[in-house]
Design a protein around this ligand. Structure first.
Ligand code: HEM
Length: 433
């Protein structure tokens, strides 16, 4: 690959960002700019991948599913962990005599599902999934989300300081998605324990004991949702899982194994992202109280603020793809097999396509932000997420006159992760009238 990809020495700020330096993680904007200034397509030698930061090139990668496969992992360690966990989970399940019916004709279990499946499998799955995410269903969810948000805020009583994620946005997003997954908020802790185990697979290579523990979580999770699916099959249900179980197009249905993996995807992808977006929007408002006043006075501007938050402060920095053939990207020849990091965080601030890119402009309509992806894998839950984050912010602003950061901005720590950008803890002081 040498010589085919820009391989200049990386600037200091970028180097610090790649080594997950806590100082840069809290505000990686300069690193994004430096990275994009080198070239829209750059080699990340330490992570053995090419990173795409230009908006035009990011769109090209996301839209070309034939050249850029989604069926791969963030790194080789994650891939190893995933394969091992699934192998061990299948063995446990077979021993228990439980869900051997998950194995398909080729003996394969736990198939890739969106967003990690490629066409033609992805095309079939997406056609079956899409109706459950119709925009009118997302709009109909608004009343329920308002009620849940108010209930959580009522429960805070007179408290004047909270940790905004664990005490507000997490319970709101998780509580909502659990009702949609035919479950109850009281099961949140147990389910999130399992989900936390799955998330641990996406890091460094795990030990045998850790792999066994996560395989056990996999089987427990499956058994829990197999019961839910059986209940829906017997009694029907109008929730999102009910829609997915009933989905049928030309005799095609999602298999039970696919339903389990989709439930997992929704529990992880449909909660963490919306909660992080809410918390980062609140963090921005603590630094710009005049904007909070404007949004409180004119709630119709909240939708624009949510879009700008996603563009500037979204929860996802990198998506991953793998080149299926040699391809020219932004004038750089990328060999087949190359791992490609699609940098949504940097693309959102590309001055080539976005005038005054670092400023929040709630009236901005162009270009559309890319935080929900683009093309065939465009986020199925985008409309729902927009409603969730807008309502979460609206209910806070209606109740509190001021949202303040009780610690210096520089003290807010972010998880040292290359693909997701989320505060570890975000204390917020709530000031009433
Ligand atoms: C602010 C919140 C959210 C953000 C920023 C976000 C972002 C994304 C992105 C970037 C993708 C494309 C991934 C790729 O191309 O590799 C995606 C896919 C997806 N998202 Fe979201 N998401 C959010 C919330 C949600 C919610 C609330 C749900 C559902 C409850 C959801 C369900 C999905 C599904 C099912 C896919 C797979 C689509 C496919 O591959 O066809 N997301 N999301």
């Amino acid at each position: 690959m040498t010589g085919s990809v820009a391989d200049r020495a990386l600037p200091e700020e970028v180097g610090r960002f790649l080594s997950l330096d806590p100082g840069v993680m809290s505000c990686p904007v300069d690193a994004f700019d430096e990275l994009r200034d080198i070239a829209p397509v750059v080699e990340y030698p330490s992570h053995r991948m090419v990173v795409v930061t230009g908006r035009a090139e990011v769109s090209q990668v996301l839209r070309d599913t034939a050249t850029f496969s989604s069926n791969q992992h963030a790194n080789e360690e994650s891939s190893h962990n995933m394969t091992e966990v699934l192998r061990r989970a299948s063995a446990i399940a077979r021993q228990r005599g439980g869900h051997t019916d998950l194995l398909d004709a080729s003996g394969q279990t736990y198939p890739p599902v969106p967003p990690h499946s490629d066409p033609p499998l992805h095309t079939r799955q997406r056609r079956l999934i899409q109706p459950a995410f119709a925009p009118r269903r997302a709009r109909a969810a608004e009343d329920m989300i308002v009620e849940m948000a108010d209930r959580i805020l009522d429960g805070l009583g007179d408290r004047d300081q909270i940790e905004i994620r664990s005490e507000y946005s997490d319970p709101l997003m998780v509580g909502y998605i659990l009702t949609e997954l035919h479950s109850v908020p009281e099961h949140a802790e147990m389910l999130l324990g399992w989900v936390g185990a799955f998330i641990r697979m996406q890091g460094s290579k795990l030990t045998d004991d850790e792999l066994d523990e996560i395989a056990q979580a996999r089987v427990d999770f499956d058994e829990y949702f197999l019961e839910r699916i059986a209940d829906i099959q017997a009694n029907g249900s109008d929730d999102l899982l009910g829609k997915l179980v009933a989905a049928e197009i030309e005799g095609e249905r999602l298999t039970v194994a696919e339903l389990l993996m989709v439930a997992q995807t929704l529990l992880v992808g449909g909660t963490e992202t919306s909660s992080t977006t809410t918390s980062k929007a609140v963090l921005h408002l603590t630094q710009h109280p005049e904007l909070a006043d404007e949004l409180r006075a004119e709630p119709s501007k909240l939708a624009g603020f949510v879009e700008e938050t996603l563009r500037l402060n979204g929860p996802i920095h990198l998506l991953f793809r793998r080149a299926t053939r040699d391809v020219d990207l932004g004038g750089v020849m990328i060999p087949a097999g190359t791992r490609v990091g699609v940098h949504l965080g940097a693309a959102g601030r590309d001055a080539e396509s976005c005038p005054v890119p670092h400023e929040v402009d709630v009236n901005r309509t162009q270009p559309p932000q890319l935080m929900f992806g683009s093309g065939a894998h465009y986020c199925a839950g985008a409309e729902l997420a927009r409603v969730q984050v807008r309502v979460a912010l609206d209910r806070l602003l209606r109740r509190y006159r001021l949202l303040e950061l009780p610690v210096p901005f520089e003290d807010i720590r972010f998880h040292p992760q290359i693909n997701l950008h989320r505060p570890v803890e975000l204390p917020i002081r709530l000031v009433r009238d």
